[in-house]
Design a protein around this ligand. Structure first.
Ligand SMILES: Nc1ncnc2c1ncn2[C@@H]1O[C@H](COP(=O)(O)OP(=O)(O)OP(=O)(O)O)[C@@H](O)[C@H]1O
Length: 271
């Protein structure tokens, strides 16, 4: 099937926070193109600009280009304000690029940094089933999808558990299960481990890794500040000041970031 003809899915359960509603870009000539079958995401010269309150342009993403192969876990790194979240929201379809070329396999799902913004139903099974209501499925079909999604993230023993009794990492896994239940092909994960302790952090990464390995064709892009998470990645993208500085295998990106850190320390030391 033509990738672009696949149905778009949205796993959002709550109105978007006001800060997500950026001003509409004034130019919109973003074009789509045929995505190669081995790729899940492809961007070419993607730009995103906004008009500020005083009427000036602010260029947030500047000519971003990269490709992410299907079935892999990629990480998106960069200093604060380098444009990672903006790029992720564009890939999720939450924001429109100002111009450039973009293709993302669908359905795609965005999982928020704070699971309390996404996991809102009273029990685990209700929460994972929430997004399925729009699909006209029977009760048995819904139960089957919910169980399979919870197995994928290692939460199948928690079906009846009240949400408020879960840890942060368990809630993150329930949020991911909700996306998987909707058979998403691309998972866009925004700093999932920020609020987690080390055990939950590793648990969530491993759940994503094993889900990808079992499915073969689900792809994940994971925004993180934590360098130690790179060891789980198949590839990574490093951004600075709205630009993709480098993309490639995780060790290449690790070397680049360490070189940046050494240069920074040297600069600080010279004061
Ligand atoms: N609606 C907006 N209005 C003005 N500036 C914005 C808006 N949205 C994003 N920006 C700016 O764009 C830049 C990139 O923001 P973004 O949140 O994408 O960065 P980030 O790399 O995800 O940062 P962090 O790591 O701190 O979360 C920042 O300078 C931010 O202030």
């Amino acid at each position: 099937m033509n990738q672009s003809s696949l149905i778009t899915s949205s796993a959002f359960k709550v109105p978007l926070a006001p800060w997500v509603s950026f001003p509409k870009p004034q130019i919109s000539n973003s074009r789509s193109f045929e995505l190669h079958k081995d790729l899940a995401i492809e961007c070419k010269n993607l730009n995103y600009s906004i008009t500020t309150r005083n009427g000036n342009w602010k260029h947030i993403l500047k000519g971003c280009s990269f490709r992410i192969p299907s079935g892999e876990l990629w990480m998106l790194l960069g200093p604060n304000a380098s444009g990672k979240s903006t790029l992720l929201k564009i890939l999720a379809g939450l924001l429109n690029p100002t111009d450039g070329f973009l293709q993302v396999k669908k359905p795609r799902s965005f999982v928020f940094q704070n699971p309390d913004h996404q996991v809102v139903m009273p029990t685990v099974k209700d929460d994972v089933a929430f997004g399925l209501s729009k699909f006209n499925l029977t009760r048995d079909e819904i139960r089957d999808k919910v169980e399979k999604a919870l197995v994928a993230v290692g939460m199948h023993n928690y079906l009846q558990r009240p949400i408020q009794t879960l840890s942060g990492g368990q809630k993150q896994r329930v949020a991911i299960a909700g996306a998987l239940a909707e058979t998403c092909k691309v998972l866009l994960l925004d700093e999932l481990t920020t609020f987690l302790d080390e055990t939950d952090q590793v648990g969530v990464i491993k759940a994503v890794k094993s889900t990808l390995a079992a499915s073969g064709d689900i792809t994940a892009l994971w925004v993180t500040h934590r360098l130690e998470e790179l060891e789980y990645a198949d590839g990574a993208i490093y951004m600075e000041d709205g630009q993709v500085v480098k993309c490639g295998d995780a060790s290449t990106i690790m070397d680049l970031i360490e070189a940046r850190q050494r240069a920074y320390m040297k600069e600080i030391g010279s004061f």
